[in-house]
Design a protein around this ligand. Structure first.
Ligand code: FRU
Length: 503
């Protein structure tokens, strides 16, 4: 083991002791210490889920990337394992960037990731050269392959940038050969996704350009994922610098999903539609796993790049993963629902039916707290004019609140955290168009101390936002401008055990 990895492991073990379990999310994975971004190597290995992540243990801001590591049986109770990789080789000395994982037939866990090494260009500028690399392990310790890098600049097609060439998604074909889908910038035209194949893990060959941006969805594409779901092929990737399109793609860096089919003859993805994956503020670079019982489950980095530097350096941890979401396709739309294992965390249910709301704000006994599962059904009041606005407010005190509000006349749902305690109110709202039948709408809010994930109409849309509000603000209220009726069910959520290090 390199000194760099040994140092990181020692550091994280010592530092995490200063973080009280209650100062973290209860069932979302957060950085063990320091900084976390993208999920990496999301896989089922040795009878457990493994989730790695982009990790800078020494600071709560981004820096030379390591791979953090955690395992779970249900994707909600996490156990930290020692950091899996540190930037310690000539080809990754400036960072071990994102990548994937799989189980090899001989039982080893294979990681494929991007190595970053800065190089002085002819003009004297420092640029980060990116290559694809392998590491082999047993679920705890990983050894980098002596033949790294396995995919490098010489393997790029004409015009491909060696400075933006990253985030391999790796899988094995039924014939035993490997595939890797890698994001690459084609300057002037934006991201494209390259498919490589290998018979022996050492030699990789470019097989096809699977998809190309051609200036449509942002600039560079990152973190691709490709999987089969409900009879379709689905390509998910995250684009940098997106131009908004109506209510879509407002986040600057945002995740999109292409539906269609992979053409086996050309290796190209034939697109039928595109959509945004999340309509909130904080969701990026997701990866999926196929569970042993056949569900496709997605986890994203619950953060965005534009508000990730508002915290002070001394913050002990920064960065959380989203809730694992079960994916399905209904009427050509990607649906996401909270993983069903979450229901095991529910405490006793508090239920209200037909609550009349009329021009004002109410609290309902039994509905409060910062960890909870809240289902709401809205209906217009018989004989009354269609209501103007409904809002549910949470993480609420006299000073603070965050809200999800619905304006049926405009069919707009909004998440708004400008009163969540941030001192930068300008960047904390997001709107989405939603389907409803004259004000009838279903919402399910999952609260976990520092986040809200609002699932609309059984997962047709999701709005995700983190909040940094003082935990003493734990009120929940319901507001109406106009008259409506509401059914509400609330379950406090409690993890059996908050994240800890492996014994
Ligand atoms: C996406 C990303 C990846 C890269 C990683 C670096 O959030 O930019 O493309 O591998 O973060 O930390």
């Amino acid at each position: 083991m390199s000194q760099a990895l040994r140092d990181a492991r020692r550091y994280e073990e010592e530092r995490e002791r200063s973080i009280a379990p209650g100062a973290r999310p209860a069932f979302h994975l957060s950085a063990r210490v320091g900084w976390m971004n993208d999920p990496n190597g999301f896989s089922w290995y040795g009878g457990q889920y493994h989730l790695f992540y982009q990790y800078h243990p020494y600071d709560s801001h981004w820096g030379p990337m390591h791979w953090g590591h955690a395992v779970s049986d249900d994707l909600l109770h996490w156990r930290y394992l020692p950091a899996a990789m540190a930037p310690d080789m000539p080809y990754d000395r400036d960072g071990c960037y994102s990548g994937g994982a799989l189980t090899l037939p001989d039982g080893r866990h294979l990681l494929m990731y991007t190595g970053v090494a800065e190089e002085l260009t002819e003009t004297g500028a420092l640029r980060r050269v990116q290559t694809q690399n392998l590491a082999f392990g047993d679920g705890m310790n990983y050894r980098k392959y002596e033949k790294n890098p396995v995919i490098a600049a010489a393997d790029l097609p004409e015009g491909g940038s060696r400075y933006d060439f990253r985030d391999p998604r790796v899988w094995q074909e039924p014939d035993g050969s490997l595939r890797a889908l890698v994001a690459n910038d084609h300057p002037g035209e934006g991201g494209r996704l390259l498919l490589y194949g290998s018979e022996d893990m050492e030699h990789w060959k470019l097989l096809s350009v699977v998809a190309e941006n051609r200036g449509r969805l942002g600039l560079m594409w990152e973190c691709p994922d490709l999987f089969r779901l409900d009879g379709r092929d689905v390509l998910v990737a995250s684009a940098q610098d997106m131009l908004p399109k109506g209510f879509e793609y407002h986040n600057g860096n945002g995740t999109f999903c292409l539906m269609g089919r992979m053409d086996p003859d050309t290796g190209r993805f034939i697109e039928e539609s595109d959509q945004a994956v999340d309509y909130g503020i904080d969701f990026y670079a997701p990866q999926t796993v196929l569970t042993p019982d056949g569900r496709r489950v997605m986890i994203g980095w619950m953060q965005n790049w534009d508000t990730c530097n508002l915290h002070v350096k001394s913050t002990p941890w920064f960065g959380q993963m989203s809730l694992p979401r079960e994916l399905s396709i209904r009427n050509g739309v990607l649906f996401q629902r909270p993983i069903r294992e979450l229901e095991a965390l529910r405490g006793p249910c508090v239920e209200y039916r037909g609550v009349a709301l009329a021009d004002g704000e109410i609290a309902l006994p039994g509905i409060r707290g910062r960890t909870g599962d809240l289902e709401i059904e809205l209906e217009p009041e018989d004989g009354a004019e269609l209501f103007h606005r409904f809002a549910v407010r949470f993480a609420k005190s006299e000073l603070y609140h965050t809200g999800v509000s619905f304006r049926p006349v405009e069919s707009v749902l909004k998440v708004d955290r400008k009163f969540s305690g941030s001192r930068r109110a300008i960047i904390h709202q997001r709107r989405a168009k939603v389907n409803h039948d004259r004000g009838r709408l279903k919402l399910r809010l999952i609260l976990d101390r520092f986040s809200v994930e609002a699932f609309v109409n059984d997962g047709e849309k999701v709005m995700t936002a983190t909040l940094n509000t003082d935990l003493a603000a734990d009120g929940i209220t319901f507001f109406a401008d106009g008259r409506l009726r509401m059914n509400a069910r609330f379950w406090p959520l409690e993890a059996k055990k908050t994240p800890t290090a492996a014994d």
